[in-house]
Design a protein around this ligand. Sequence first.
Ligand code: SF4
Ligand code: MG
Length: 332
Amino acid sequence: QSVLLSVKDLKRHFDVGKGKTLKAVDGLSFDIYKGETFGLVGESGCGKSTAGRTILGLYNKTDGEVVYEGQNVHDMNDKERQHFLKKMQMVFQDPYASLNPRSTVYEIIAEPMEIHKMYKSKKELRERVNELLEDVGLNRDHANRYPHEFSGGQRQRIGIARALALDPEFIIADEPISALDVSVQAQVVMLFQRLQREKGLTYLFIAHDLSMVKYLSDRIGVMYLGHLVELTTSDQLYGKPLHPYTEALLSAIPIPDPDIEESRERILLEGELPSPIDPPSGCVFRTRCPYAMDVCAAQKPAWLEKDEGHFVACHLHDDSIMKEVSSQAEQV
Ligand code: SF4
Ligand code: MG
């Protein structure tokens, strides 16, 4: 598998005044392979949207790097950047807020192609818009209408058609189904899957829970307070989660999974997500972790590869730490 995008120790901090720093993204590292769907999951406020925007170069980075096909995203000249922005697109959570209410569907979808001067004649452009509408399950009769005339699911289809207009390779979808009715979510997920097959797309799919991401993702990264806490294939994550936070997220999925024999016990996390301005010392999850030990406050867990391609940051899975913990317990 070839790597399309490489995120290396990426940090995005915000200065919030009074000498304080909000560490929204605080050291993310992962690769995305060509043609895969990489799910990035975590509760709201964990930094996943900021991560998406920083990866796309919409936000400057504070540290680390993002390399797309050998090129540093934050280190491009204007021409390189323009070329790059054609290959990478974003689909947003709220399909209404992201579509200009005063533009027709035609204008919305045609705009990026006009900016990039992709077609010489109006006729070609009109044809391409019709084609894109059909690609996302709408039709040419929709072109002269306005966003408010459509349902949430249809509006998200319009947003997807616009993202496809420049024929991208890579799409970052930031919670594209969270604002939709449950009955519509599955349809939009299936649309993403079909488009991936037809167009050979690579996705970074951002979500706040694991329910739909399981079906869509090849691999999943679980994020908590600006950090990745676990990363592995979708199947491994569901079948053999290692991090206590992943267990809690999995236990929150309402529909029982026939692939998993015993039903999971619901793990309710106590307390709120701590502030990324003043994060806990050691393990960032320790204030809500049912297994927290003394060492969790003292030491930041290492990013360990437990099985091939299965990474976790938790002392419980660090043999040398656990040896120490048990020998200390014996001495007491
Ligand atoms: Fe819980 Fe400690 Fe593991 Fe963090 S390192 S997840 S606090 S057991
Ligand atoms: Mg968000």
